[in-house]
Design a protein around this ligand. Structure first.
Ligand code: MEV
Length: 337
């Protein structure tokens, strides 16, 4: 029997810059130490099987069908693991009889703005390459995983994939050539010790829905949307400068998070009840913002909360605190399965 490849990948939280990143503006993003583990073994039976909790849709699919996903056929949204596997097999030019057995386990809640689909894409792609005996550069894993995300989300900026692949805390910006450049911030620079993470409920909308709705709003109301994107950019640049200057990051971030949140509300990606709760946190002297794609009707996914200096924040009782280290390691290979 061929050896089993095993990898693990963290989740992510966007500190500042979501939605604006889709239009080439910068983003500050950090890896969150909730991890997804993938094992992969070559079976040679021409089938892909995915084993794990129901969110990964256990079942089987022919490798040929999964590889067809990567050629432009419409990919069912609930078959991301198969799509990622097929895209990696196609990239590797694997023979048609190649089969793979995948096992996936995850601590990253789906629909929580924590990059669960980026982690799944990167984890499956990396595990498949390793199971095939291929040693590929991180840049290749990123390129293939971004192709998977593009099939799922239409227009991903790529920051989610970079965050979970590289780990740490990253400053990401699209270059003049159109590629995404990401540079690590040192742990000391990114000492965001008081930032709290809350899951406020899974949005009804997917990331793709939210990105598309901002795009439509931009067509209808370009001035409002462009002003909001510029405001997010200004907050993101100021946060990067404050972190790089070694300033008290938590204190420096308070007004910048409030500014970015106001812009996200102008983009209509914050449900009304979440916005109300954030106003209450601001009234306590703290700041909070949606992190990731957000939502419209109910459930804003991930919200980052920075309590007032020396104080604590009171948040709605239904918000679920997530305790996880920020700036976590990225993709780890050969983890114990
Ligand atoms: C999703 O985590 C972040 C968005 O900016 C989309 C993207 O950057 O691809 C909403």
């Amino acid at each position: 029997m061929s050896p089993e490849a095993a990898v693990s990948v963290p989740g992510k939280a966007i500190l500042l810059g979501e939605h604006a990143a889709v239009y080439g503006y910068p983003a500050l993003v950090t890896a969150v130490d909730l991890r997804l583990t993938v094992t992969a073994r070559v079976t040679g039976d021409g089938r892909i099987t995915v084993d794990g909790s129901s969110e990964f849709r256990t079942g089987a699919m022919s490798a040929a069908e999964a590889m067809g996903f990567s050629g432009g056929a419409e990919a069912p949204g609930d078959r991301l693991a198969y799509l990622a596997c097929g895209t990696a097999l196609a990239h590797a030019d694997a023979p048609s009889g190649t089969g793979l057995a995948l096992r996936i386990a995850s601590d990253i809640p789906p629909g929580a703005g924590l990059g669960s689909s980026a982690a799944l894409s990167v984890g499956v792609v990396a595990a498949v390459f390793t199971a095939l005996g291929l040693r590929v550069a991180a840049g290749t894993i990123a390129e293939v995983a971004k192709r998977v995300e593009a099939r799922q989300h239409g227009r991903p900026s790529g920051v989610d994939v970079e965050a979970v692949l590289r780990g740490g805390t990253l400053w990401c910006r699209r270059t003049a050539e159109g590629t995404l450049a990401c540079a690590p911030l040192s742990t000391a620079q990114a000492g965001l010790t008081r930032l709290e993470l809350y899951h406020t409920g899974a949005p009804a909308e997917s990331t793709g829905d939210m990105v598309a709705s901002v795009g439509l709003l931009r067509e209808r109301e370009p001035r409002r949307v462009n002003a909001a994107l510029a405001s997010i950019e200004a907050a993101t640049l100021a946060a990067r400068d404050a972190l790089a200057a070694g300033l008290d990051a938590d204190r420096a971030l308070l007004p910048l998070m409030a500014r970015a949140e106001a812009a996200l509300e102008a983009l209509e990606v914050v449900p009304a009840d979440v916005a109300r709760a954030i106003r209450a946190i601001e009234a306590q002297g703290g700041a909070a913002k949606v992190s990731g794609a957000g939502g419209r009707a109910a459930g804003g996914g991930l919200v980052l909360v920075l309590p007032a200096p020396g104080g604590a924040a009171t948040v709605p009782s239904q918000w679920k605190r997530l305790h996880a280290r920020l700036g976590a390691p990225g993709l780890l290979e050969d983890v114990a399965a």
